[in-house]
Write a protein that binds this ligand. Structure first.
Ligand code: SF4
Length: 273
């Protein structure tokens, strides 16, 4: 999802379409995942607190929910995050929920104590790009985390009751790899508690390194039918610790299905094909 703000594209999750959007960072500090073109032309910077406060002063007093925009707002560090949440509470006293994108890399830098402080300050949902449960594919895509660390950081979030909306990307392992990828991804997701599993389908964006690899014949994206098998295999192997939403309604998806696991598992599988 996106809208245009000062000639910069602002990305936010489908679910947060009607949420008050608060810019915290511009661009992506990491910016080297080889499939991603979101911030390819955008220099990373932090939005000054004076500007953030101006935005908050213009917010509707009864705003109940805020989404922090930027690829990974937690990259500003604990002290600034804490100050930011205090500012939100000062200007939007009825705001009960703050959500944000976050990377496994950034979450790794926070102690459980710090995360608990942020949750008490209102931060209660993180949208995290896990993409896959395969280390070889994470490495190929230059994602910057390992499966082991993804599980460890997710358990840390579970322990402080910050909800995880896990973003995974089918097709990312390439042609002929989808079943193995789905099983590995399900195995990873089964090891911690998610609030929601959001799927996206791999899109090859122009000017990315992955696009170049496709053109060079070094990576072949899977077909539509293989991607459907991947979604079905993922569903078959998901065995969540607690009820979780499974959602393929993001616009990139080749099918749109949504339900709760485990109760809707059969129905969801039957809707794949
Ligand atoms: S996928 Fe996320 S972390 Fe990777 S480059 Fe894109 S915005 Fe940055």
């Amino acid at each position: 999802m996106d809208n245009i703000d000062n000639n910069l594209t602002v990305f936010y999750p489908h679910d947060e379409m009607t949420t008050f959007l608060l810019p915290v960072t511009i661009g992506c500090q990491y910016n080297i995942c080889i499939f991603c073109s979101m911030y390819i032309d955008c220099k990373y910077s932090e939005v000054p607190f004076e500007e953030i406060e101006m935005q908050l002063m213009h917010g509707e007093l009864y705003t109940e929910r805020v989404f922090l925009t930027g690829a990974d707002p937690l990259s500003i560090g604990f002290n600034k995050m804490k100050e930011l949440l205090e500012l939100i509470h000062k200007h939007l006293p009825y705001c009960a929920s703050v959500a944000s994108y976050a990377s496994i890399r950034s979450i790794s830098k926070y102690s459980p104590y710090e995360l608990n402080q942020l949750r008490e300050g209102g931060l209660n949902i993180l949208y995290i790009g896990f993409e896959t449960g395969r280390d070889d594919i994470l490495k190929l895509m230059n994602k910057g985390h390992t499966v082991e660390n993804a599980i460890a950081q997710s358990k840390k979030l579970n322990s402080v009751n910050i909800k995880i909306n896990a973003i995974i990307m089918y097709g990312i392992a390439g042609e002929g790899q989808s079943i193995e990828n789905a099983i590995a991804t399900a195995n990873m997701l089964n090891k911690f508690q998610t609030n929601k599993i959001i799927t996206m389908s791999l899109i090859i964006f122009e000017r990315t390194e992955l696009d170049q690899m496709v053109k060079n014949g070094e990576f072949t994206p899977p077909s539509r039918s293989e991607r459907l098998v991947e979604i079905k295999t993922l569903l078959e192997n998901l065995d969540p610790i607690k009820e979780t939403v499974f959602d393929t309604t993001h616009p990139s998806n080749i099918i749109k299905i949504k339900g709760k696991l485990p109760k809707d598992k059969r129905r969801l599988i039957s809707e794949v094909f």
